[in-house]
Design a protein around this ligand. Structure first.
Ligand SMILES: [Zn+2]
Length: 166
């Protein structure tokens, strides 16, 4: 999905006030530390943002970073960094995981290649998923789910809070 949705999904699942911005950040992190840096690099180099053939024109290293940080190894790297240095932030693995998980369905490609990069090669026989930017259905479904789940949790907490009070 788009990076803004990933950030919002992050705070939808990590509902802690003090971790609000961090949950957003970790939701967007797999893109920020790969194609985000790659886009910034080409902007600094050429003076303009990549528009047409965005993916094709990205530096090759940023594509490798993209696949690495969208794989379970990216997830494990983050897990060990948090585990060793900031154990109380381990919950931020959830937004990161959600990002990888949602992208499996919203990017057309080989999910096994994506998950086990760089150890398993790409196979066209396993191709699966819908490119979100090509499908208004996926974009709409994403918005409905984000809004629906947040309203549901909000109402549930309100009703549950009232029952607890009485
Ligand atoms: Zn992504």
């Amino acid at each position: 999905m788009d990076i803004i949705s990933h950030a919002i999904w992050g705070v939808t699942f990590v509902r802690k006030k003090d971790l609000f911005w961090l949950a957003m950040f970790f939701g967007a992190l797999p893109d920020l530390i790969s194609t985000g840096i790659g886009s910034l690099y080409s902007f600094l180099k050429t003076g303009s943002f990549l528009k047409e053939n965005w993916w094709l024109n990205l530096p090759i290293w940023s594509k490798h970073l993209y696949f690495l940080f969208h794989s379970i190894f990216g997830l494990l790297i983050l897990f060990f960094i948090l585990f060793l240095f900031k154990r109380k932030f381990l919950i931020l693995i959830i937004p990161y995981f959600l990002h990888i998980f949602i992208d499996l369905f919203t990017h057309r490609g080989d999910p096994i290649f994506r998950l086990f990069y760089p150890f398993i090669g790409y196979s066209t026989e396993r191709v699966f998923g819908i490119n979100w930017w090509e499908s208004s259905f996926v974009i709409l479904l994403n918005i409905i789910l984000i809004v629906g789940i947040n309203i549901f949790i909000f109402l549930k907490n309100k009703i549950y809070g009232k029952i607890k009070e009485s």
